[in-house]
Design a binder for this molecule. Structure first.
Ligand SMILES: Nc1nc2c(c(=O)[nH]1)N[C@H]1C(S)=C(S)[C@@H](COP(=O)(O)OP(=O)(O)OC[C@H]3O[C@@H](n4cnc5c(N)ncnc54)[C@H](O)[C@@H]3O)O[C@H]1N2
Ligand code: MOO
Length: 472
C-alpha cells in the first residue's frame, strides 16, 4: 500500500475548476482522497483534442487552443517552450569581456580564441623513464642522468647512453629512448636492449601537440578543468572571458523564519538557502540575498537601487493581498516579457525587463514552483548573459505513467536509472522532498505520458557539473 501522501500528485489546488473537471473526465486525476491509497496503476489521461496528442509545445500555438486557454483564464500565460526561448533572447547584449586569472575562470566562457603561446611540448622530451641512446648498442652509460626540469644535457655520441626520466629534455643526437624495463646494464655499466630499438621511440618531439600560434580553443568554449590545464600548459596566466552575470535575490514574505522550527503560522524560508547556490550553479555571481518581508515599498526601493543583471524575487507573484510583485513592476514602468507560463508547478512565474540591462525573474513562493521558474526563465537568461550555448536537449523513456495537466506542461522530479526516467513522488508545488533526491526534471507534455514515452530531460546543474564547480 502506498504510504500516506505518496500518490503521484496532481495537485488539484493547482487547477482551476474547469481544468480539474476536465482532468477527472479524462480519467487521469489521482485525487488525494485522504486515505493516501491510490489503488493500482490508474489510467493515463487519454490524449485529447486539447493538445495532449500533439507535439509538446504546439498545443497553444493554434488559435483554437489559445481561445480555449483564454476561457480557462490563461490568456496571458506563455507556453513553456516559448517562455524558455523568450528568456534566452531577453538580454540585449552580454557584458564586455574581462581578463580573468586561471584560478577564477572555471565555468566562464572564453571571449576570445585561445592560441598556443608556446610549442607543446616546448622541447624534445622523454616519454618514459629509461635511457636515451645514440647509435646502435650496446651503449656506455654516462655517470650522470637527466631529470625533468634540468637544463639541456650535453649531446650524446654514438654508442653512448644516459639515464633519463619521463619529461626530461632529450640530449641532441639521440636515436631513441629505451624504457627501463626493456634494457639491462652489465657489470661494466654497458647497456643492452632486450627489445628491438626503433629510432624515435618514446621521444615526444617539440611541437608534437601544437606549435606556438596554433589555435587551441574557440571563442565561446566553456572553461572546464581541462581547459584550465590546457591554458596553463600553453602559457596563459589569464584568459579573456565573459564575466559571470550578477544576480540579486529578494526573498519576499512576512511568514518566513530563518532558523528554528515553524511556529504560529510561520514557516522556514526554504528558498533563501536554496537559490544562491542554485544560481551559482547556473553561472551567476550572487551579489546579495535580501529578505524584504511583504513590504511593497521595500521591494520598490530594492529594485530601483539594484544594479544586478538579474534580480530574482521569490513569492508575491500571484494576486493575493500582499502579492506586491506585479504592482511594483507596474509602478516602476517595467516591461513584462512573460506573465505566467503554461507549466505546473510554477505557472505564476514572470519575467520583466526592469532596466536597460536588467531583468527580473519572479519566482512563485511555493518551493518546487520556484525551482520550475528557475529552470524555465532564469537558466536560459543566465546562459545568454554568460555567452554559453544551449545544451543539447535529450530525451529518455519514462519508467512509469505520469499524469499530465490538461493544457500545461508539467515538470516532475525524476531519477535516471538504466537509461529511464523514474518519476519521484512528493512532487507537489510546495514540496522539495522529490527534487532533493532527483537527478533531473522530466518535461511532461499536456495530457500526461505513458511508460516508454520519450520525455525531454532537464539536468539539475550539480548532477552534470559537479558541486565543486558550482561553488567557485
Ligand atoms: N487565486 C489564486 N491564488 C493562487 C494562484 C492562482 O492562480 N490564483 N496560484 C497559486 C500558485 S500555483 C502558486 S505557485 C502561488 C504563487 O504564489 P506567490 O508567488 O504569490 O507566493 P506566495 O503567496 O508568497 O507564497 C506561496 C506559498 O509559498 C510559501 N513560500 C513563499 N516563500 C517561501 C519561501 N521562501 N520558503 C518557503 N515557502 C515559501 C508561502 O508561505 C505560501 O505557502 O499562488 C497560489 N495562489
Ligand atoms: O502550481 Mo503553483 O504554480 O503551485 O506552483
Amino acid at each position: 500500500m502506498t504510504a500516506p501522501g505518496q500518490y503521484e500528485e496532481v495537485d488539484l489546488d493547482d487547477l482551476d475548476v474547469d481544468e480539474a473537471l476536465a482532468l477527472v473526465k479524462e480519467g487521469g486525476a489521482q485525487v488525494p482522497d485522504g486515505s493516501g491509497a491510490t489503488g493500482g496503476s490508474p489510467a493515463v489521461p487519454q490524449p485529447s483534442p486539447r493538445g495532449g496528442s500533439r507535439e509538446h509545445g504546439e498545443h497553444a500555438a493554434d488559435g483554437t487552443s489559445r481561445a480555449r486557454a483564454a476561457e480557462h483564464g490563461h490568456h496571458r500565460a506563455t507556453p513553456w517552450p516559448e517562455a524558455r526561448a523568450l528568456a534566452g533572447r531577453a538580454p540585449r547584449r552580454p557584458d564586455a569581456p574581462v581578463s580573468v586569472s586561471l584560478d577564477a575562470a572555471l565555468g566562464l566562457v572564453l571571449a576570445a580564441p585561445l592560441a598556443a603561446l608556446t610549442d607543446l611540448p616546448s622541447f624534445d622530451t622523454s616519454a618514459m623513464d629509461g635511457w636515451a641512446v645514440a647509435g646502435p648498442g650496446p651503449w656506455d652509460v654516462r655517470a650522470e642522468g637527466v631529470l625533468a626540469g634540468h637544463a639541456e644535457p650535453e649531446p650524446l655520441t654514438d654508442g653512448e647512453a644516459v639515464r633519463i626520466a619521463t619529461g626530461a629534455r632529450i640530449p641532441q643526437d639521440v636515436t631513441a629512448v629505451i624504457r627501463s624495463e626493456h634494457g639491462r646494464t652489465d657489470e661494466k655499466e654497458r647497456l643492452h636492449a632486450t627489445r628491438e630499438v626503433v629510432p624515435g621511440q618514446d621521444i615526444r618531439p617539440r611541437g608534437q601537440e601544437c606549435r606556438s600560434g596554433d589555435p587551441l580553443l574557440q571563442r565561446g568554449t566553456v572553461v572546464t578543468p581541462a581547459v584550465l590545464g590546457l591554458a596553463a600548459a600553453a602559457g596563459y596566466d589569464t584568459v579573456s572571458a565573459l564575466p559571470r552575470p550578477r544576480a540579486e535575490v529578494l526573498v519576499l514574505g512576512d511568514e518566513l523564519l530563518t532558523e528554528g522550527l515553524p511556529h504560529d503560522g510561520l514557516i522556514r524560508d526554504a528558498l533563501g538557502p536554496m537559490l544562491p547556490s542554485w544560481l551559482r550553479a547556473l553561472g551567476a555571481d550572487v551579489i546579495a540575498v535580501r529578505r524584504l518581508g511583504d513590504d511593497a515599498e521595500a521591494l520598490r526601493k530594492a529594485l530601483k537601487n539594484s544594479d544586478a543583471d538579474l534580480v530574482v524575487t521569490t513569492g508575491g507573484t500571484a494576486a493575493g493581498p500582499v502579492d506586491h510583485v506585479h504592482p511594483t513592476l507596474r509602478r516602476l514602468g517595467a516591461e513584462l516579457l512573460v506573465d505566467g507560463v503554461k507549466v505546473r508547478p510554477g505557472h505564476p512565474m514572470l519575467l520583466a525587463r526592469t532596466k536597460e540591462n536588467q531583468h527580473l525573474v519572479g519566482l512563485p513562493g511555493n518551493p518546487l514552483a520556484a525551482v520550475s521558474g528557475l529552470l524555465t526563465l532564469a537558466e536560459p537568461l543566465l546562459r545568454t548573459l554568460a555567452g554559453r550555448a544551449a545544451p543539447e536537449t535529450y530525451t529518455l523513456p519514462l519508467k512509469e505513467t505520469v499524469h499530465g495537466h490538461p493544457y500545461d506542461t508539467r515538470l516532475i522530479p525524476v531519477v535516471l536509472r538504466e537509461d529511464r526516467a523514474v518519476p519521484l513522488h512528493y512532487n507537489g508545488p510546495a514540496m522539495l522532498r522529490g527534487i532533493a533526491v532527483a537527478d533531473a526534471l522530466a518535461v511532461v507534455p499536456p495530457g500526461g505520458a505513458r511508460p516508454g514515452q520519450e520525455l525531454e530531460i532537464l539536468d539539475l546543474p550539480w548532477a552534470t557539473a559537479g558541486i565543486e564547480v558550482c561553488f567557485t
